[in-house]
Ligand binder design. Structure first.
Ligand code: FES
Length: 262
């Protein structure tokens, strides 16, 4: 139902209907809600399980426990020492998980995803906000979204550690676990380098690309990845969970690791 707005300065139609959209716009936020909730529940359970995260025979360490830093870490899994106590609430990777969480929480794509799916702010284009007021990201707590570029630096360091985990696992031959760890790391790098902050760091604040051919080249590559940032965000959730589940299954003895080269 549409009526004409009246009065001085009135330029838009006054629409009494909640939305004029007739398509199933709610499917996308619903799927996002279900997917992110399932992943967070799985990751939380795994992080506080404190077992089945390392396969000593092949040096497989799940990314959820890397780097392993508490004095509860099983033999061989702590590549960087064990400076943290083994208190139940302290995850094995307590120093890096908060930065990974911050990186994903402040990611431009995930912001769109959870603003729509969890906060309904707004749930979709041309659908009203689920809240009476809108303050954007200019006030507490959302002003902290601006920390994203710093979380990007931390995520880069953590990706290097994950890369080392994958490389180290090749020291005892090659099995299916090596391939899974490697694919996960490649996808993590693709996601990290496709970050909007990375694109700005590489090619931002320049007046003339012609005077910076190397940065222009990198900016072009990062821009190609950046166009797939949403896809990479979901792929890495999948590869992280799959890698963790595979290593958990091996560590628990549910199935053996097929070996291609011993
Ligand atoms: Fe998504 Fe930076 S914008 S990780």
């Amino acid at each position: 139902m549409t009526t004409t707005a009246t009065g001085p300065g009135a330029k838009r139609a006054a629409i009494s209907a909640r939305t004029l959209r007739t398509d199933r716009w709610w499917i996308a936020p619903l799927v996002t809600f279900a997917g992110l909730t399932a992943w967070v529940v799985y990751a939380t359970v795994r992080v506080f399980m404190h077992k089945w995260y390392y396969v000593a025979d092949f040096h497989y360490l799940t990314p959820f426990y890397s780097p392993c830093l508490t004095d509860r870490c099983v033999a061989g899994s702590a590549e960087f020492g064990t400076p943290l106590p083994s208190f139940w609430l302290i995850p094995e990777a307590a120093l890096t998980l908060p930065f990974l969480l911050l990186f994903r929480l402040t990611c431009y794509y995930y912001r769109k995803a959870y603003y729509r799916a969890f906060w309904l702010s707004p749930p979709a284009c041309a659908v009203p906000d689920g809240h009476a007021t809108y303050t954007g990201e200019t006030r507490f707590p959302l002003i902290f979204q601006n920390l994203h570029r710093y979380a990007f630096y931390a995520a880069g360091i953590i990706s290097v550690i994950n890369t080392w985990d994958a490389v180290r696992s090749f020291g005892t031959g090659v099995g299916l676990g090596n391939l899974i760890l490697s694919i996960n790391v490649i996808m993590l790098w693709a996601y990290t380098l496709s970050c909007h902050s990375c694109r700005h760091i590489v090619g931002g604040r320049l007046k003339h690309f012609s005077r910076h051919p190397v940065r222009y080249r990198f900016w072009t590559l990062v821009s190609k990845l950046n166009a797939r940032h949403m896809m990479l965000a979901w792929i890495t959730l999948g590869t992280l969970a799959l890698t963790d589940f595979y290593i958990m299954a091996l560590a628990a003895g549910w199935w053996p690791d097929p070996r291609f080269i011993s």
